[in-house]
Design a protein around this ligand. Structure first.
Ligand SMILES: [Zn+2]
Length: 352
């Protein structure tokens, strides 16, 4: 049995801390490091000096768009209605949207974030967009609502296109510079500074390796420096990643079935959904179960999602349960499904 709290508790944990601080004569600044793609097990190995580190359970599907929105709004997927990356147009057209490009109304009913809470408590909330500068649209607007955006600090997304590994110490220095400048910007009152770091880009290609360990060690040194100077530092993540290799036969089989049966595919990573033509889902499911390897679970969407979410995803869902699935070229680690490596994420604190 797993008794971990969901990542939806992050908003409340941060707001509770801000409330406690705001009741003191000199509320401290609070920095929140948002590290995309960080698993609990790896964080616990690297952050041995944290005053607290606990395990939180991510949401399903274990994607960035669903995870970050769950943490910062406190709503689960059934309530914020963003199930992943590619899904039906919220405005009702026949198109599928990509959530990171989508600009439109009705993406999510979420209207408040941890930054809304911070303002109410007398804090000045800023969001260092960091590697989120590459994503625009309504999703980011909903996620960062009520935060002052801070631009000009990218870490893992400095190169367009192919990912290139950089010296982890230089990356930590970039984070230090971004936080230092944001904390030192003129203005009255205590600050909440949230900073997005897309470590996920590295993990997709190389996994939890020496680079990642050195980067996290440097992040902990930085957190300790800030804590020593009187700032509270928190860190959280959206999901971890699990080893995944591309299965070329599976890729070809799904393409062939999609062509023959005329279905489209949405989702991302290790969980995809199919939009069969009306009345054909049962037949497509039978064919998929007969032809796909046992390591791919074929489910009906009603087994997995409540009605509001089902309107956005297809009738059939494919979930990777083994290490072979559909994977982008060059990727060795993926997320989106239900392994512990993907679901378990850290919540850590320094200077608390
Ligand atoms: Zn992510």
């Amino acid at each position: 049995m797993d008794s971990s709290d969901s990542i939806t508790i992050v908003r409340d944990r941060i707001s509770t801390l801000l409330r406690q601080e705001s009741a003191t004569p000199a509320p401290r600044d609070v920095v929140v490091l948002a590290v995309d793609g960080l698993s609990y097990a790896f964080a616990a190995d690297c952050w041995t000096g944290a005053a607290q580190i606990s395990r939180l359970r991510s949401v399903f599907p274990t994607t960035s768009s669903a995870g970050w929105l769950s943490s910062l709004t406190g709503l689960d997927v059934a309530r914020h209605l963003v199930p992943g990356v590619v899904f039906s147009d919220p405005e009702g057209s026949d198109e599928l949207i990509n959530v990171f490009d989508y600009r439109g109304r009705d993406l999510t009913p979420a209207r408040e974030t941890v930054f809304t809470d911070a303002r109410r408590l007398g804090y000045r909330p800023s969001a260092v967009l960091g590697d989120m500068e590459t994503y625009g649209g309504s999703w980011r607007d909903a996620l960062l609502r009520d935060a002052e955006p801070v631009l000009g600090h990218r870490f893992y997304t400095q190169d367009e296109g192919t990912y290139r590994e950089r010296d982890p110490r230089l990356l930590v220095d970039l984070v230090r510079d971004a936080l230092g400048r944001t904390l030192a910007a003129p203005g009255e009152g205590p600050r909440l500074v949230w900073c997005y770091i897309e470590l996920d880009r590295h993990i997709h290609h190389f996994g939890y390796d020496r680079h990642a360990a050195r980067f996290l060690a440097g992040v902990e040194e930085l957190a300790q420096e800030l804590a020593d100077a009187g700032t509270v530092v928190l860190a959280h993540a959206d999901h971890g990643l699990t080893p995944t290799r591309r299965d070329p036969d599976l890729t070809e089989l799904i393409e062939t079935l999609a062509r023959r049966n005329g279905f489209r595919m949405g989702g991302a990573g290790r969980t995809r959904w199919l939009y069969p033509e009306p009345g054909t889902a049962d037949g497509v499911a039978v064919e998929l179960r007969a032809k796909l390897p046992e390591s791919v679970r074929v489910a009906r969407s009603e087994e997995l999602f409540p009605e509001g979410v089902r309107r956005r995803i297809g009738e059939l869902v494919l979930i990777a349960e083994g290490d072979a699935f559909l994977v982008d070229h060059g990727y060795r680690y993926e997320h989106g499904s239900l392994t512990d490596a993907e679901l378990d994420t850290p919540y850590a604190a320094w200077g608390i």
